[in-house]
Design a protein around this ligand. Structure first.
Ligand SMILES: [Zn+2]
Length: 700
């Protein structure tokens, strides 16, 4: 496993620090350094490459017994690019040429630079990648390549991009392929275009959905394709090392904003299909994220990675600093829980950002693992312990696989595109999906995020939640129908499948869930002041709701929640499975206002589908801010159980299913102590004491 730190974003840190730093990095137990190989820096004049600093850093790493991960930063382009390739600028939605400039957090190099849809920009970029890979691919201490940092291509465009002739051409080619010609497009879009040149991307949110959704879908595809193009160039030259990319945030969190279409930096699932692995950055203390927020990111990457590598490429090293705002420092226990949470989800590499405090621009004074937020020495001491454990248990960690989830949450990019097309942000989709994910993590229910074009994983699942899935197409509907008919439970929210992929509204009787269930929505109704009361398995649950209600006609199925106009939740058998139709939005409502009842609802639904609880927390009980969560898996026939404690407890009583562990004891590898089980008919019980990192890792 790679446990390393980002070190060099040229020209910082300056050379005078290198020697001492590398010795300290080695001493802290980390085994790798990551270096940014920036195009602008490496090729200051066309065809003239300067590698002296990298050569020296790599040699120093080798001398200190450190591995190297090289990040090819091709998206920070040379300052000569527009002189050598005139007319290659990105163009924004107002028709303005985008002025490129030095990146806010990088001292030298143009961003966004020339458009990669311009063939000569891609030629030049490809030759940079080629020179770098040829130079370093045979290094003895090279561990791998991070081929695209945070999938950035449009930062500092300061508008919606790209409307340059090359991108418009690529968009039309993609439409041509997708719709099989202009007639096909006219037919699907219900338009009368006479020439391809008339077909334009959507300009701004709030206008027709059709071309805006199509353009977003194209931008996602285009980013996937660009990732693959970089990979193909590099892999051909270096088939021996893993080549991955990492996102700034997992695609299900890419809701977009005024300068970003939804999911415009590619889709982790397709990147994973095409590359050796995927990952994402994580700065929990900067973003005010708790352990669950971090866990959801890792779970999402894990879902997308399938059997590919998981590289968590920027995990917060020290306190973040953005301008003159001061954020929370990074204490050692929090950082260690991120690392072990990553391991619990099967991460193959964890790279901290970064070693020293930054000295440049808005990030200056921040982020250093060895930096000045007052916690560096405790962080480094803790890192030493973890490094030693990773070495001692390297076989266990190498063979570790998280348990196979039986519960899924659907990620529907097309629904994101529609929300963004209307609202300029798909935050409702993001929050809806996060709400379900959060409740599942808190309940320690293993789950998979299921991407709408990767539905083959449904065959392993028992239940699928569909948060705000307002857009569906034929292929998805067919796969979902098969899932239900074969015994799965599908939990739908209001207006499920209410729009076509072209963004046209379907009347309730035209939707696939109506076809399947024989029950239809009666239309949008105002929210009542209170919540939705649902009765499931003799329990009454009060669930928060948002936006509107869409009641269902009464008369069929078992009504779980009744409104005065119709059923607000109804369960209908379909084939061997069931459809649960909920005429409300629950996930985002829960995310905004926590309720224990929503978590109970999600758990009851999972149990109804046949999911079985293997590890029960007997005490302490959970509250909004205090709860225990658990991840587990197996390695070489052994059980591995990661237990994360809340800040206010360091003792917990757990019960495992009978024979969960093969012996009457397990070892907490963090504390090194043995934990004994009390065996009974109901299972194996034990009391755990948390280490000062507020966690345990049981192996047995
Ligand atoms: Zn362009």
């Amino acid at each position: 496993m790679i446990l390393g730190t980002q070190y060099y974003r040229p020209p910082f840190p300056e050379q005078k620090y290198w020697e001492e730093d590398f010795a300290r990095i080695k001493d802290s137990g980390l085994n790798a350094v990551q270096l940014w190989v920036i195009w602008a820096w490496v090729e200051p004049r066309p065809g003239e490459f300067v590698f002296e600093d990298y050569d020296r850093l790599i040699e120093l790493a080798e001398r200190n017994g450190l591995n190297v991960v090289l990040s090819t930063i091709a998206e920070i382009q040379p300052h000569w690019i527009f002189r050598v390739v005139p007319g290659s600028e990105l163009i924004d939605h107002m028709g303005h040429k985008v002025i490129s400039s030095n990146r806010g957090e990088c001292n030298f190099g143009l961003t966004p630079g020339g458009c990669t849809d311009h063939p000569e920009i891609w030629n030049r970029m490809r030759s940079f990648l080629t020179v770098v890979v040829e130079r370093y691919q045979s290094l003895p201490n090279l561990r791998g390549w991070d081929a695209w940092n945070e999938l950035r291509w449009n930062v500092q465009s300061d508008g919606l991009v790209c409307f340059c002739p090359y991108t418009l051409n690529a968009f039309r080619n993609w439409l041509n392929q997708t719709y099989n010609g202009l007639d096909g497009l006219n037919n699907a879009w219900k338009r009368r275009y006479g020439f391809w040149e008339e077909v334009m991307p959507g300009k701004l949110p709030g206008r027709p959905y059709t071309e805006m959704m199509a353009f977003q879908h194209f931008l996602t595809w285009r980013a996937n394709q660009h990732g693959k193009d970089r990979y193909d160039v590099m892999k051909k030259l270096d088939p021996n090392h893993p080549i991955t990319v990492h996102a700034a945030f997992p695609s299900p969190e890419a809701g977009g904003d005024k300068d970003n279409h939804a999911i415009n930096r590619g889709n982790d699932w397709f990147l994973s299909d095409n590359l050796d692995g995927v990952g994402c950055s994580s700065f929990p203390k900067w973003w005010g994220q708790d352990n669950i927020g971090f866990s959801i990111r890792v779970d999402s990457i894990n879902s997308a990675a399938s059997n590919k590598l998981i590289w968590l490429s920027e995990v917060q090293g020290g306190r973040s600093s953005i301008g003159f705002d001061m954020f929370q420092p990074v204490d050692a226990p929090s950082q260690q829980r991120w690392i072990w949470n990553g391991i619990a989800s099967g991460a193959d590499a964890i790279l901290l950002w970064c070693w020293r405090d930054e000295v440049f621009g808005k990030e200056s004074s921040g982020f250093g693992l060895a930096g000045n937020d007052g916690f560096a020495s405790e962080r480094l001491a803790a890192m030493k312990v973890t490094s030693r454990l990773i070495e001692e248990y390297s076989n266990l960690i190498f063979g570790y696989r998280p348990v196979k989830p039986e519960v899924g949450v659907l990620f529907s990019p097309q629904s994101y595109y529609l929300y963004w097309a209307q609202e300029g942000s798909a935050r409702r989709s993001v929050q809806a999906l996060q709400g379900y994910s959060r409740s599942l993590v808190r309940k320690s229910i293993p789950y998979l995020i299921v991407e709408e074009e990767h539905l083959e994983v449904l065959s392993d699942l028992k239940i699928l939640f569909l948060p705000r899935t307002i857009v569906t197409n034929d292929a998805i509907e067919k796969a979902l129908e098969k899932f239900v008919r074969e015994g799965g439970i599908l939990v739908c929210e209001s207006e499920c499948g209410a729009f076509s992929p072209q963004g046209f509204y379907r009347y309730p009787q035209e939707r696939f869930i109506t076809r399947l269930s024989g029950v239809q929505e009666i239309g949008r109704r105002k929210l009542p002041d209170d919540c939705l009361t649902v009765r499931i398995d003799e329990q009454e649950l009060n669930l928060g709701i948002s936006q509107w209600l869409t009641p269902y006609q009464l008369g069929k199925g078992q009504v779980l929640a009744k409104g005065n106009k119709g059923a607000l939740m109804v369960e209908i058998p379909v084939g061997k499975g069931k459809l649960i139709l909920c005429g409300a939005y629950l996930g985002d409502a829960y995310l905004r206002n926590w309720t224990a009842d929503f978590e109970k609802y999600v758990e009851l639904m999972a149990r109804r589908a046949g999911w079985r609880l293997e590890i029960e927390v007997l005490s302490p009980g959970s509250t909004q801010d205090s709860f225990i969560y658990i991840k587990s898996g197996r390695s070489d026939g052994k059980r591995v159980v990661f237990v994360f404690f809340p800040p206010d407890h360091d003792k917990a009583r757990l019960r495992f299913l009978p024979n969960f562990f093969s012996r009457r004891y397990a070892v907490d590898i963090i504390s090194g102590k043995e934990v004994n089980f009390l065996e009974s008919k109901s299972g194996q019980e034990c009391t755990l004491t948390a280490s000062n990192w507020k966690m345990c890792v049981l192996v047995g």
